[in-house]
Ligand binder design. Structure first.
Ligand SMILES: Cc1cc2nc3c(=O)[nH]c(=O)nc-3n(C[C@H](O)[C@H](O)[C@H](O)COP(=O)(O)OP(=O)(O)OC[C@H]3O[C@@H](n4cnc5c(N)ncnc54)[C@H](O)[C@@H]3O)c2cc1C
Ligand code: FES
Length: 248
C-alpha cells in the first residue's frame, strides 16, 4: 500500500488562537496508524514552502485521521488557513511508534506541551495508567475532559494555574519514588525528553521517548533529521521518532 495519498479536509476546529485540530479523510486506502507515528502534510499546492511538514497522528477513527497543530511559522499558518473540502497531499503513517505490548497498569505516560499530540492516541488505546501532563499555564492544557477517563491524571503547570506548580520531570520523579513503575512513555520539548531519559536510566526503568527534528524526505533518504546517540547517528524519521531509552 502506498504511503503517499491525497486526503480531504472535513473539519477544522480552533482550540485557542494558536492551536487547531484538522480532521482528514484519505481518498484511498491507507495503512492504519500506530500511536507515536507521524504523517507529512504539504501545506500548500505550490512549492512554497518546499517541504512537507511532520505531524503526529493525534487520533484516527472510522476512516479519518486527525492532527493537533500549533501555529509556528509559514507551513502551520498555511495549514491553519485551509478551508473545509480542501484536498491535501499527505504521506504516512511514517516512523516507529510506541510499543503497545508493554503498556500496563504500572505504566506512566508523560507529555509536555505539544507532546500531547503524540501520546493522545496511546491514551485512547489504554486508559488504566498514570498520565502526567504539563504546560506553562492552564490555557495550554488541552483535552482535559477526554483525559478525565484515565485511571489517574496528574497536571502540572509552571505558574501553578492548574494542578501542581512545577514540571513534568519532578512529577515523574515523585511517582517513581512512591509507586511501582515498570515503563514510561514520553513526548515533550527536547530538554524534558533528555531529563526523562536520564531519570529512567538512573532507576533502570524501561522507557520510550518521542523526539522531534526538522524533516525533509521523511523516509530515511536525505539524512536531514539525524540525531546523535551513543550508538551513532539515527534518523528520527525512520529509526524514530520514538526511541527506547536504551538507545539514547
Ligand atoms: C515526528 C514529528 C511530529 C510532530 N508532530 C507535531 C504535532 O502533532 N503537532 C504540531 O503542532 N507540531 C508537530 N511537530 C512539529 C511541526 O512539524 C513543526 O512545528 C512544523 O513543521 C513547523 O512548520 P512551520 O512551517 O510552521 O514553521 P517553520 O517556519 O519551519 O519554523 C517555525 C519555528 O518552528 C521551529 N521548528 C520547525 N520545525 C520544527 C521541528 N520539527 N521541531 C522543532 N522545532 C521546529 C523552527 O526552528 C522555528 O523556530 C512534529 C515534528 C516532528 C518531527
Ligand atoms: S527526513 Fe530525510 S532522512 Fe529523515
Amino acid at each position: 500500500m502506498s504511503r503517499r495519498f491525497t486526503a480531504r479536509l472535513i473539519e477544522k476546529r480552533w482550540l485557542s488562537s494558536e492551536h487547531f485540530l484538522l480532521r482528514l479523510v484519505p481518498e484511498e486506502k491507507t495503512p492504519e496508524p500506530k500511536p507515536g507515528q507521524f504523517y507529512l502534510l504539504r501545506p500548500s499546492d505550490t512549492y512554497d514552502p518546499l517541504l512537507r511538514r511532520p505531524f503526529s497522528i493525534f487520533r484516527s477513527s472510522k476512516g479519518t485521521i486527525e492532527f493537533f497543530i500549533e501555529k509556528k511559522g509559514k507551513g502551520t499558518t498555511l495549514l491553519s488557513e485551509l478551508q473545509k473540502g480542501k484536498r491535501l497531499d499527505c504521506m504516512g503513517p511514517l516512523g516507529r511508534g510506541f510499543p503497545l505490548n508493554i503498556l500496563s497498569q504500572d505504566s506512566v505516560v508523560v507529555a509536555g506541551g505539544m507532546g500531547i499530540a503524540s501520546v493522545f492516541s496511546l491514551l485512547e488505546h489504554f486508559k488504566d495508567l498514570i498520565f502526567i501532563y504539563g504546560a506553562r499555564t492552564k490555557e495550554q492544557l488541552f483535552f482535559l475532559d477526554e483525559l478525565s477517563s484515565l485511571k489517574r491524571l496528574i497536571t502540572v503547570t509552571e505558574d501553578g494555574s492548574h494542578g501542581k506548580r512545577g514540571n513534568t520531570v519532578d512529577a515523574l520523579k515523585e511517582v517513581i519514588e512512591e509507586e511501582r513503575v515498570t515503563s514510561v512513555f514520553a513526548c515533550g520539548p527536547e530538554g524534558m525528553n533528555q531529563s526523562v531519559s536520564r531519570l529512567l536510566k538512573s532507576h533502570s526503568i524501561e522507557g520510550y521517548i518521542s523526539f522531534e527534528e526538522r524533516m525533509a524526505c521523511g523516509v530515511g533518504a536525505c539524512l536531514g533529521c539525524v540525531k546523535e546517540t551513543p550508538q551513532g547517528m539515527k534518523r528520527v524519521c525512520t529509526e524514530g521518532p520514538v526511541f527506547s531509552v536504551k538507545e539514547l
